[in-house]
Design a protein around this ligand. Sequence first.
Ligand code: CDP
Ligand code: MG
Length: 683
Amino acid sequence: MEARQLLPINRYEEQIVEAVGKNRVVVVIGETGSGKTTQLAQILHRAGYTKDGIIGVTQPRRVAAVSVARRVAWEMGGPLGEEVGYSIRFEDRTSRATRIKYLTDGCLLRECLFDYEFKQYSVIILDEAHERSLNTDILLGLLKRVAQNRNPELKVIITSATLDGQKFSDYFYRCPVINVPGKLYPVQLLYSTEVPYSYLESAVETAIDVHVREPEGDILVFLTGQDEIEKALRMLEEKVLMLEEGSCLDVIVLPLHASLAPEVQARVFQAAPPNCRRIIVATNVAETSLTVDGVVYVIDPGFVKQRNYNPTTGMDSLSVVRISRVQATQRAGRAGRTRPGKCYRLYPISAYEEEFLPATVPEIQRSSLTGAVLHLKFLDLPNLDILHFDFIDPPLRESLEDALYQLLAIDAIGQDGKITGLGKHIAELPLEPALGRTLLAAEDLGCLSQALTVVAMLSSETIFMQGSRKGDDRKRSREDQQLPDGNKYGDHVQYLQIFELWKKNNFDIKWCRSNGLQIRSMLFAKDVRRQLALILTRKNFEDDDRATKKISTARSLRKALCQGFACRLAQRMPKHNGYHTVGNKSQLVQLHPATSPLLVDEDGLYPEWVLYHELMASTRPFLRHVCVVEKDWVVPILEKLQNINVRSLSGLSAHELQKDQALGEDNKVVLLKPSDQETRLVD
Ligand code: CDP
Ligand code: MG
């Protein structure tokens, strides 16, 4: 309680309540850890804003939504899910009693499909807006409209940690900005003289070095993902054992990343026992989303794992990239919350100055926009067409075109650019459009139950334990052989078979373990499947098992997938097992080494046509999750794709298009040049 009263934001309670009372939109800026996420909603709750509606607080990350809701429920002295709850995709912990609801920005966006004025809310707090997630950017645009017009008033609060405040304020017609000056102690920046050979090893060594030499205070190490974190933990634990006993403080080493079980995660928020130092090895979640108290030393290798979508090639990459200077500043700031701290930057100052981007590229400029565009098409609000949507930073023209093309290919929109009946159903499902389309096709083909299973399995992270699958032969376990091979039709059918086998084994956890399957992922898939089935039942689709013959079911399933993934087809090269993707920009690609075994003909060649879930760029581009499809299904799709004219899809009149041309370079959404109009297929 005492600590909470000391949080900077609580000293601004009156000012905040007054500003929110007088304005529909307010921007609140404060250092991370100043209490925006946990306190703002409580302040407005005390001010009476939960009498006629609820307070929604969005988070770009699932892990933050859950963790913060738990914390706030505890602060308010009630169980989670009552007065304070959370809602994330596939998991809803709210009830009638809920007044403060933490939810991912994606969840709020979906809610608005059914209630575009956000009627249940009296206040919406768009938290961590500086992260500029795709969903937050779209919500900004939607809320801008609603906040202006809604009666009774909807209060919108945008919070941001960095200096983006003015930008948000300008976007919202110069709404007031409240600055909550956080008490940040000076942080000494220490740069490496050169780029380390391995930043992971360098981070571990630096952590041990700091531990041995520096007075007490926790160490926060930023790495890029779960695998790396686990590796670092093992290395740290080994090294700690080698330290002379009594020569320094005790150590607790803790991970912090999105896939931790909640109990494990909670440990990070408990202070270290006396005479003990914590070393917390975290992903980017610790940069702004989650504040860990007690940190005095930060170790920043300067990397982050980032997803990038290239709309021209349709290629996704999940790669480790340099952070931006804004991010580096954020990370350093984490060291100065309780007293002066130190930040060890494992890169030279010249790299920081010359190679780092000044700010992170917003997600809207590096993601596939298919889902987002379908969403906006669904809302069909006046003057809300895609090209004129009031984005805070406009997406690339190529991304919009790519999205329109994909939507047309799966019949979610028509040639006139309007959403179809099918498109509406797809938009309502909490899935990427390709998967939504697959489910609807499966319902027609009588294999909805099977498709649900596959979609659920694909929504889960990694199904196989590391090294338990082909592609890593050395570690391949013998039990692995018991798993079915998808009749050699690829990963999707294999997923279906695995799930069905698990079901036959009464969803036994031990069965998963002995077959090299990730238990958490399998349980997650089971739960997702249940939830999706529920949503579909509500929409009067039935999760029944009309198709009884096993083989024909798998065939129907593949056919349904082919409808959903019409834009993600690949054809094998004539004489070798490379594939090339079909579409405006064909690529030569390989199957991912972990693909389940495929049929081969007498020449050792794979099937001619496959569909893929992802096209990933790494050292070479490869297809992840492939499914064999038949030529007969592909031909009509290719014909359709050939006739797509992206230009007509934005649904604009000729007059409007002309107006567009005048928009020029600052607005990135400009008209296509005539030569770009044709969408060519590479044969
Ligand atoms: O959002 P902002 O960065 O301004 O701060 P916050 O997340 O509201 O954090 C305020 C305080 O609550 C910090 O001291 C956190 O360490 C603490 N907190 C916590 O102990 N457990 C959580 N799950 C979340 C926050
Ligand atoms: Mg926060």
